[in-house]
Design a protein around this ligand. Structure first.
Ligand code: DGJ
Length: 692
């Protein structure tokens, strides 16, 4: 029996293998004592055999094998060059044990080599894993799972993430039952519909308590997830690229990184591991010391109607509100009068900008803002010079259904990438630009891993040439959010919905995976362009202040009152961003389903801010106390209601927090909770706390 273990302060993962066979995870949970006998753990894990079963149970290994009569989905499905399905029998070759555990297995008869890599980060508590297949002869890969994990038995349901345009990060709860929950994203991008994540809460786990495991597959080309309960009761979780997305035969295949973590502190334990791992290990900001600047984005103010004096006026007003970066969105390049034309012709439009972008950028700089620019590099309109010259650069069949009247470029082609690099590089050289908003507004005609690899290569090349430029990943809002793209970018545009109510909910769910520092959130127009709802400026401003803050309305529409609220909230955000952008976002267990609440806790635990959003009218009259979390029980905290001035006249009583600062213990705040004043729906309370 071979045994291996990975440990951090939060969890132990034990892998054992029977002889030369592939190992299986026989333990994953709270840290085991250092002296635990892993041979015994392996023997104790084995389940019985009874009627109707094979005489021995096939291993639920890191790559379950069909050749082993595994009674579920195998981890590898591969065919030879002629299309004949192979039945690999992978056997041990070698194991490297260092900061990562690297396991080598091979099937000498078939000429296949399989490698699995697993590591645990001692600080973020994230397990990273990936699998690689090499072959002597070219093969066709139908499916390769990243190392397969078991899911806990004491769990009644799983939570995964769906969504749509303007409705990202919707949580699905599906009960476990015999068989498979199979999600496959064949859109060729991460997709609004298919954020590649899975949470398996233990029975009765909540945001703040209980056990849970969670997974994320860091790939932008579409994933497959298999969550399967076998006839014998065991459960497995597989993640990999969507099936058959490596269209060509080849001899080397690799999965993306599968991120996995165990928590004994509810869903929040998993969420903070993802947040920290993304922020501290995955995203590389050009200047880590630079505070996140307040954005202004002009899209919903002007759309394609770019007029220099108007944009200058808007820039001046945005700066006066507190903006520090001005992002010129779609519409600046040659012939781009609407969304039917000009994509791929990345030269400045001389009609709109007769003297180039210089005059606008100079003005933006004079207003003490940096300048960002929108691109959608992977796309082309048939109405464009590039398409007329290179119709063969477009991906997919000539009679395919277009998306937003556009086609995707074939990013696997070096000449396409060279062209895009040369155009974007030229603009970045010509102008002082420190930010790209990188959009992707249609699904691919078919999933294709080579497309994703091509995009990654272009991003990597541009970043090497322009290391000071930050990049935002946008795809009609949140259509490309994953840790793969975030290895190369620095912010995500969570959604095209600037509706504060929708955003409140979406941000809350996205925090299961994303930290505040990468999650863009903008104050939208008074009347939301995508929902038609009208929201008070206090609600719009505070919801944006929960994440990386920005504005996207036409500032000329703001009343003096609205402008002053926005200036104040932005100033508050700037005062607090240094610690808030490093904080853990903890979702609170709200006793009132109408209240969506989170607590952002500083890394040193010395301060926090709670955002308690009222997303609907409550069933009961008065607000139910809101329990806080992860505080030091014996410590005392001074808590203050930052925006008590927002209390409506209908709040007629005097709850203590409405009147002034309170000093109470961590135990009190976590046991009884905070009693807030009454307020309208579509309002939010902001509570600051300091440990004393
Ligand atoms: C979709 C994005 O999500 C919007 O923010 C905007 O950039 C438009 N594309 C521009 O075409």
């Amino acid at each position: 029996m071979r045994t291996w273990r990975l440990d951090c302060a939060r969890q132990t993962l034990v892998l054992t293998s029977d002889g030369d066979r592939l190992p299986e995870v026989v333990y994953w949970g709270r840290p085991l004592p250092a002296g635990e006998d892993l041979q015994t753990v392996a023997r104790a894990y084995a389940i019985d055999v009874t009627g109707g079963m094979l005489d021995r149970n096939p291993a639920l290994s890191i790559c379950p094998e069909a050749s082993d009569s595994f009674p579920g989905q195998p981890g590898l499905v591969v065919r030879d060059g002629q299309g004949v399905v192979l039945m690999p029998r992978l056997r041990f070759v070698d194991a490297e044990e260092g900061s990562a555990l690297v396991l080598h297995f091979a099937d000498a008869d078939l000429g296949l080599r399989y490698m699995a890599r697993l590591a645990v980060d001692p600080d973020t508590h994230m397990i990273t894993s990936s699998a690689r297949l090499e072959t002597d002869d070219p093969v066709r890969l139908d499916w390769l799972a990243a190392p397969v994990f078991p899911a806990p038995h004491l769990s009644d349901e799983m939570i995964d993430v769906a969504g749509r345009w303007c409705g990202e990060f919707q949580l699905n709860r599906t009960p476990w039952s015999a068989g498979i929950r199979f999600r496959e994203n064949r859109t060729g991008r991460t997709g609004h519909e298919h954020f590649p994540g899975l949470i398996v809460p233990g029975r009765e786990a909540t945001n703040t308590q209980g056990q849970a495991v969670a997974f994320h597959y860091g790939w932008s080309g579409g994933h497959r997830m298999v969550a399967e309960e076998l006839p014998d009761g065991r459960r497995q979780v597989q993640f990999g690229h969507a099936g058959t997305t490596d269209a060509a035969t080849g001899t080397v295949f690799e999965t993306a990184t599968l991120y996995a973590t165990y928590s004994a502190s509810g869903l929040n334990g998993c969420a903070t591991a993802f947040q920290r791992h993304l922020r501290d290990r995955t995203v590389s900001f050009p200047d880590a010391a630079r505070l996140r600047p307040v954005h202004y984005n002009c899209w919903e103010a002007v759309y394609f109607d770019h007029d220099l004096p108007t944009l200058k006026d808007i820039a001046t007003r945005a700066a006066a509100l507190g903006a520090e970066r001005f992002v010129l969105d779609d519409g600046w390049f040659k012939g781009r009068t609407d969304d039917r034309r000009a994509l791929a012709d990345w030269v400045v439009d001389e009609t709109k900008y007769p003297d180039g972008l210089g005059p606008l950028i100079d003005h933006v700089h004079a207003e003490a803002m940096s300048f960002g620019l929108w691109f959608e590099p992977e796309m082309v309109n048939t109405e464009s010079d590039v398409y007329r010259a290179h119709p063969d650069w477009a991906l997919g069949a000539a009679d395919q259904i277009p998306g937003r009247q556009q086609l995707a470029l074939d990013m696997s082609r070096p000449d396409v990438r060279d062209y895009l690099f040369s155009r974007i590089d030229a603009i970045l050289r010509d102008y002082a630009i420190d930010y790209i908003k990188w959009d992707h507004n249609r699904v691919l005609p078919a999933p294709d891993a080579a497309q994703t690899r091509g995009t990654y290569a272009l991003l990597d090349r541009l970043r090497a040439a322009h290391p000071g430029v930050e990049i935002e990943s946008c795809a009609s809002g949140g259509g490309r959010i994953d840790f793969g793209i975030l290895q190369r970018t620095h912010r995500v545009w969570l959604s095209d919905s600037n509706d504060a109510l929708e955003r409140l909910n979406m941000q809350h769910n996205a925090a299961l995976f994303l930290p505040a520092c990468v999650t863009g959130s903008h104050v939208g127009p008074r009347r939301c362009h995508t929902s038609g709802r009208t929201h008070d400026i206090t609600f719009r401003a505070w919801v944006a202040a929960q994440r990386h803050m920005g504005f996207e309305m036409d500032p000329r529409e703001l009343t003096e009152h609205e402008a002053s609220v926005l200036r104040d909230v932005t100033a508050w955000w700037k005062t607090n961003r240094a610690w808030m952008m490093q904080a853990d976002i903890l979702r609170l267990d709200s006793a009132d389903p109408a209240c969506i609440a989170e607590q952002q806790l500083a890394r040193d635990g010395a301060r926090f801010v709670v955002f308690a959003g009222k997303a609907a009218a409550s069933e009961q009259i008065a607000p139910r106390p809101l329990r806080l979390t992860e505080l030091v029980p014996d410590a005392y905290y001074q808590i203050d209601l930052v925006n008590r001035a927002d209390a409506p006249d209908l709040s007629r009583g005097s709850p203590a927090l409405k009147e002034g600062v309170l000093t109470v213990s961590g135990t009190y705040l976590m046991q009884h909770g905070v009693t807030l004043p009454w307020t309208f729906p579509d309002r939010i309370w902001v509570i600051e706390g300091q440990r004393i």
